[in-house]
Design a binder for this molecule. Structure first.
Ligand code: ZN
Length: 245
């Protein structure tokens, strides 16, 4: 085999590792997304509960104001009761007072209901506070883990890139360019072995004459079907790994 081809095979192996590490690195932020979404959901629920409490407070304030007004009205009516001489008027006024008292009692009941509702909301808010704190702790731990992993992958990538730089020195620039061109179009595999006359890049037969030339190992040949650069390493030791399309 031409020495530059064997170097190119090494470059390709390295490129596959680089690609895998890069994908791992890119995937890391995804791991945070679910945790962040869960926290956002809790925060939204928390905000909704707080708003609900504010609404209840406003309702309670209004109801209490109405109650105070009614209390005042009842007092006035009671004072007027003293001055009434006619029996009919007196009865009518009593009726009016009873009605106002009933109205006031209804407001009082409503106030108690509102306080109950607020208590329930406040309990839920406290629960949510706990859940949010838990989720934040969890997320913080996850962020740290992701940062550590990310650092590790980046270092690994730097080392791999360094190794690649050295390796590609043994490959002529034109061949390297051809390799990159094919690699981008053939899902990372630009150089493929041939076994029994079949290109393991695309699993199609190459021309018989090409196969003979390939075995001589004097020139660089490309598959007529997938354009991958071909190599022949003997029938016994063909690498099935490189056959992935
Ligand atoms: Zn092919």
């Amino acid at each position: 085999m031409l020495p530059e081809l064997s170097k190119l095979i090494d470059v390709q192996e390295l490129d596959k590792v680089i690609r895998e590490v890069t994908q791992e690195l890119d995937r890391l932020p995804e791991e945070l997304k679910a945790g962040e979404a869960a926290l956002e959901e809790l925060q939204a629920a928390h905000a909704a509960r707080l708003q609900e409490v504010e609404d209840l407070k406003a309702q309670r304030r209004d109801t209490e104001l109405e109650m105070a007004d009614m209390e005042e009205g009842i007092k006035t009516s009671r004072q007027r009761l003293m001055e009434i001489k006619s029996n009919i008027e007196y009865k009518a006024m009593l009726k009016e007072i009873a009605f106002k008292e009933d109205q006031r009692d209804q407001r009082e009941t409503r106030t108690l209901e509102l306080m109950d509702l607020m208590e329930t909301q406040n309990r839920l808010i406290a629960e949510l506070n706990g859940q949010m704190a838990e989720q934040e702790t969890l997320l913080e731990r996850l962020r740290q883990e992701v940062a550590v992993e990310s650092e590790k992958f980046k270092k690994e990538l730097d080392q791999l890139e360094e190794k690649r730089k050295k390796l590609r020195k043994g490959v002529p620039a034109a061949l390297m360019k051809r390799y990159e061109f094919i690699r981008q179009r053939r899902n990372g595999t630009a150089i493929a072995p041939v076994q029994e006359g079949v290109c393991l890049g695309c699993h199609m037969n190459i021309l018989p004459q090409q196969f003979i030339d390939l075995q001589k190992g004097l020139e660089i040949l490309q598959c007529p079907h997938c354009q991958r650069i071909l190599y022949w390493s003997g029938e016994e030791e063909a690498e099935p790994e490189a056959g992935r399309a």
